[in-house]
Design a protein around this ligand. Sequence first.
Ligand code: TXD
Length: 313
Amino acid sequence: MGRKKIALIGAGNIGGTLAHLALIRGLGDVVLFDVVEGMPQGKALDLLEGGPIDGTDAAIIGTNEYKDIAGADVCIVTAGLPRKPGMSRDDLLATNSKIMRSVSEGIKKYAPDAFVIVVANPLDAMVTLCKRETGLPKNRVVGMAGVLDSSRYRAFLAAEAKVSVQSVQALVFGGHGDDMVPVRSTCTIGGAPVTNFISEERLAAIEERTRKAGGEIVALLKTGSAFYSPATAAIQMAEAYLLDKKQVLPCAAYLEGEYGYSGFYLGVPAQIGAGGIERILELKLTADEKKALDVSAEHVKELVAAMDKVLAG
Ligand code: TXD
């Protein structure tokens, strides 16, 4: 059988963190790919040299050649520019679309059987483009956003209620933008509705902070965006696939009728196992939540239309 192979397309802040997480979690051999000469090779060597301490025997290489991702079981795509202060995720559309086209070509040629997790922003457009350009089926191309956004929501709720993060469940649906939908009706603390513990006013403030959490970090870092939590989120999705966990996670999944939407990606609860996106779970939403999801879905469709315009040149 041998070890699984995880190809990280983009070896920047998130890519490098992904490589470290994959190795210390023992998920398999790792290939760090980037267009910058030397950087993926240097990061790979650095990670290799830490192996004896963690007892990591997995192979880790850095490369500037797509042929080295051949046969990857999982590809995690972070290739693309991150935001700078004052930028929206949508501002990255033109540049990152061109990058995603070249990345998709590499995956199609060398790792056509992989489970592809797209991270690059603007996420909902990039995952759409990746599926289109690779031609891979919808169960094997997924976007990472909801796991991160839901984790942010849970972190803020846990801090407010002064409980363990493990006692807080919460989901964020929709696009990965300021109109994402923290779904309050899914929130529980210790299994009980969150409204038993946190006031309406504080919940509204926490949900607004969740929507803007990415921008809050960009403003603080000034030189880029969040990378530890996005990497942790993406590796959870990869682990669910590689270990056939059948874990229900909020992901940007391709919809064909679920929640009344068709023909585009949107953040919804999806079961991830060895079959990739094995099924989408349709939860009952309140009227307000469904209305907010409709708004977010419209924004995703507008974003994809804007991308198509850019690509049409
Ligand atoms: O929740 C989410 N999905 C988001 C995603 C959370 C946070 C960050 N989000 C986005 O991920 C962010 O807006 C960016 O679009 C990506 C990657 O963020 P990261 O912080 O890792 O950016 P870096 O450090 O700039 O790394 C990007 C790397 C960099 O090393 C480039 O040289 C490389 O991408 N790059 C390429 N790799 C391969 N192929 C091509 N063409 C290429 N162009 C640039």
